[in-house]
Design a protein around this ligand. Structure first.
Ligand code: SAM
Length: 267
C-alpha cells in the first residue's frame, strides 16, 4: 500500500503539471499504480516518481497520465448539446462565416474520440452537399496519449456505436471484424487529434467558434478551473459558445462568460 508521503509526492506533481486534483483519492491512485510499478521493475513509488520528475516530458510521465486519467466517454453523451449545435449555432455560423467558410470547433478533452467524431457527423449532416465548400475540421485534444491512439484508430465495438442513428452507422463506420467497427477515412479526416495539456499556454493561431470542454473540469480545483476558463474565453470568437458537462456549472464570478442555459455559455 502507498504511504502518505509517497501519495503526497504524486498529488503535488499531478496537480502542478496537469491541474488534476487527486487529494483524497489514495485508494484509487494505489489501485491504478501499484501493479504498474511492480510490473515494470521499480522498487517502489519513490524510485518511480524520481524518474518521472527528472523528465516530466518523458515516457514515464506519459505513462503516469495514461494510468491516472479517467477517460470514460460514450457516443451520444449529452446529445442535447449536439442538437443545440445543429439547430441554433450552425445556422448562425453559416450566415456569419459565409465569406470565409471556416468554422473552428475544439473538443478540448476528447478522450477516445466519441465526442469529436459525433461533432464531425453533426457538421456533415448539417452542411450536406455544401460541406466540401467549408473547412469545418474539428480540433480534438487530450492529455493522454493512450486515448488519442484509440481515437485515431477509430475502432469501436458494436455495442459502442449501437446508440448512433442508423444512417450515421451506415455512412461513417465500416465493419472490420466480428466485433468491431471502424470510422471511415471520410470521417477521420474531419478530426485533427493532438496531445495537449490544458494547463499549458494555448498555442492556437485562430480563435474558436465553439468549444466543447465537457466532463474534464471536474478533475480540477476551483482556482484551476477559473484560470482555465479565462484562457478559453480569450481564445474564443466574440459570440462563441462553450459547452461544459451537463452535471457541471461554472461560477461566473471569475470569468466573463454569459449564461445561455444549463451547461451552455457564450462569449
Ligand atoms: C471523462 S473524459 C471526458 C471525455 C468527453 N469530453 C466527454 O464528455 O465524454 C476526461 C478527459 O480529460 C482528460 N484530461 C484530464 N486532465 C487534462 C488536462 N490537464 N489537459 C487535457 N486533458 C485532460 C483526460 O485524459 C480524459 O480523457
Amino acid at each position: 500500500m502507498i504511504t502518505e508521503q509517497e501519495f503526497h509526492r504524486i498529488v503535488v506533481f499531478v496537480k502542478q503539471k496537469y491541474g488534476i486534483d487527486l487529494a483524497g483519492k489514495q485508494v484509487l491512485v494505489n489501485g491504478r499504480m501499484e501493479n504498474y510499478i511492480l510490473r515494470n521493475g521499480y522498487s517502489g513509488y519513490d524510485e518511480y516518481m524520481a524518474k518521472v520528475e527528472k523528465n516530466p516530458k518523458g515516457e514515464e510521465a506519459r505513462n503516469l497520465i495514461n494510468v491516472l486519467t479517467t477517460n470514460h466517454t460514450y457516443f451520444m453523451r449529452e446529445f442535447e448539446h449536439m442538437d443545440y449545435l445543429k439547430q441554433i449555432i450552425l445556422p448562425q455560423l453559416k450566415a456569419k462565416e459565409s465569406a470565409k467558410k471556416d468554422i473552428r470547433i475544439w473538443s478540448a478533452a476528447s478522450s477516445t474520440g466519441e465526442e469529436p467524431y459525433t461533432i464531425a457527423m453533426v457538421l456533415k449532416d448539417y452542411f450536406g452537399l455544401d460541406h466540401k465548400l467549408w473547412d469545418t475540421r474539428v480540433l480534438a485534444t487530450d492529455l493522454s496519449t493512450r486515448v488519442l491512439e484509440v481515437a485515431q484508430r477509430g475502432k469501436y465495438l458494436k455495442e459502442q456505436i449501437d446508440p448512433l442513428p442508423e444512417s450515421w452507422k451506415r455512412h461513417y463506420f465500416k465493419r472490420v471484424s466480428a466485433l468491431e467497427y471502424q470510422a471511415t477515412s471520410e470521417l477521420k479526416k474531419e478530426v485533427i487529434f493532438r496531445q495537449f495539456n490544458l494547463m499549458n499556454p494555448f498555442p492556437f493561431r485562430k480563435k474558436f467558434h465553439v468549444v466543447f470542454m465537457r466532463n474534464v473540469m471536474i478533475y480540477f480545483d476551483d482556482a484551476t478551473k477559473q484560470q482555465l476558463l479565462r484562457k478559453v474565453y480569450d481564445y474564443m470568437e466574440p459570440g462563441g459558445y462553450l459547452f461544459v458537462g451537463t452535471t457541471e456549472s461554472i461560477d461566473r464570478k471569475g470569468n466573463k462568460f454569459q449564461y445561455v442555459k444549463p451547461s451552455i455559455y457564450q462569449k
